[in-house]
Design a protein around this ligand. Structure first.
Ligand code: SR1
Ligand code: MG
Length: 396
């Protein structure tokens, strides 16, 4: 499949990224700038530009017309740069302190220039190193509550909501999620990637028809429930953090999806990190899961009571129903994310860096069991404590 791009599109180089920021007047003409390509994600070029004297920095991000993780054989729309910058700006209306500032966008060249966050660290890397991010869950709980509530029908005029659904129509990136999260890992497809030692457990999943029915239901939700503007790829690699600050980056998968989607992915990635740790070092991750949900409920409920325009908002039980459904879905989405990060195309370093090999396999076996249990039991789990009980059962 060909990807439509303008004939003047070209990928940036380190030198060209410097020319661009100077041309835009983002630095003095005389400043001595360095540029380093630092993108370690699956899809884009990311240049860190820095003034040698003042140390002031900027990030220049450019979408490539293909998925970097696979190569030019996998064409991918550069429209994702428009989605990403528009999502960052929309989210900044509700949580300006939790997203990077956008200084410039160019949809033809698929370029976004944004705040330099290099004094923070990618949360996944920090968690793997055993670092603590004390405010991570408080911040993510608020990020989720505010962005999800205020871009939903509960807060927006229906015309405006439908305009946003159109603006954030993101079919190609959604297709990646449909395939890589909800489909491929559950069938014997070529995109999957796992150690031969896991094959018996993987084949068990492929043959587990009742489990696959539950995954089909979750996939249907992803395909059809246009509740709110979700980030779409909220794993710990999409979060910069330190002990006091948190910034959510990379919403190129943003679209109108179910309330529980981002929450499920965030929880899944905390659980993946917890699986990689010794039991005595897991409590901090579990507390982050409890706190994320607690803050989400608190902030979402506050926004609902203060700003809901929905006629039924004050009907007893309606808010509880929305929250209960978001939680149940989040648990199921978390299960899918854990399994796909273990046996699908895109892995996580939390698991892949475990040595020795035998231990890595044992942890991945636990991940498959945990993911499957979360999907199966999601309707019966009533709170985050129940998630941790399943984790403990599966790992002991
Ligand atoms: C081809 S993209 C693979 C994965 O990387 C992104 O971050 C998403 O998680 C996607 O599923
Ligand atoms: Mg990403």
């Amino acid at each position: 499949m060909a990807v439509a791009i303008s004939s003047i599109y070209e990928p940036l180089t380190e030198n060209k990224s410097i020319e661009l920021v100077k041309r835009l007047g983002l630095f003095d003409q005389t400043s001595q700038l360095t540029s380093k390509e630092i993108g370690d994600g699956n899809l884009n070029l990311v240049f860190h530009i820095q003034d040698a004297l003042t140390k002031k920095g900027l990030i220049v991000k450019q979408a490539l017309p293909y998925a970097k993780v696979v190569g030019e054989s996998w064409p991918l729309t550069i429209d994702r740069a428009r989605i990403e910058s528009s999502a960052l700006m929309k989210q900044a209306e509700y949580v300006p302190d939790l997203v990077p500032k956008v200084f410039y966008t160019d949809n033809t060249f698929a370029i976004t220039i944004m705040e330099d966050l290099s004094e923070l660290q990618i949360a996944r890397r920090g968690l793997i190193e055993g670092k603590s991010f004390p405010l991570l869950s408080e911040h993510i709980g608020r990020y989720l509550a505010k962005t999800l509530f205020y871009t939903s029908d509960y807060a927006l005029d229906p015309q405006e909501k439908k305009r946003l659904v159109k603006q954030f129509s993101n079919p190609e990136l959604c297709k990646i999620t449909e395939d890589l999260v909800f489909t491929d890992p559950f069938f014997d497809y070529d995109t999957n990637d796992f150690e031969e030692e896991l094959r018996p457990s993987v084949e068990k999943i492929w043959e587990d028809t009742p489990l696959k029915l539950e995954i089909a239901k979750l996939k249907r939700k992803f395909l059809t429930e246009a509740d709110t503007l979700v980030h779409g790829d909220l794993h710990t690699g999409s979060i910069f953090a330190n002990r006091t600050e948190t910034k959510v980056i990379d919403p190129e998968f943003a679209f109108y999806g179910p309330f529980g989607f981002d929450l499920g992915h965030f929880i899944a990635n905390l659980l993946l990190n917890a699986l990689s740790r010794k039991p005595e070092n897991r409590i901090e991750l579990f507390n982050h899961i409890h706190k994320t949900w607690e803050v989400f409920v608190e902030e979402f409920s506050f926004a609902w009571k203060k700003d809901s325009i929905e006629a039924y908002a004050t009907i007893p039980g309606y808010l509880d129903h929305v929250l209960e459904k978001a939680f149940e879905d989040a648990v199921g989405f978390a299960g899918c994310e854990i399994i796909r990060r273990t046996i699908g195309l895109a892995h996580v370093a939390d698991l892949d860096s475990i040595v020795p090999f035998n231990q890595r396999i044992a942890v991945k076996e636990n991940a498959l069991a945990l993911g499957s249990e979360l999907i199966r039991k999601r309707e019966t789990l009533i709170n985050t404590k129940a998630i941790i009980e399943i984790f403990t059962k599966v790992t002991s």
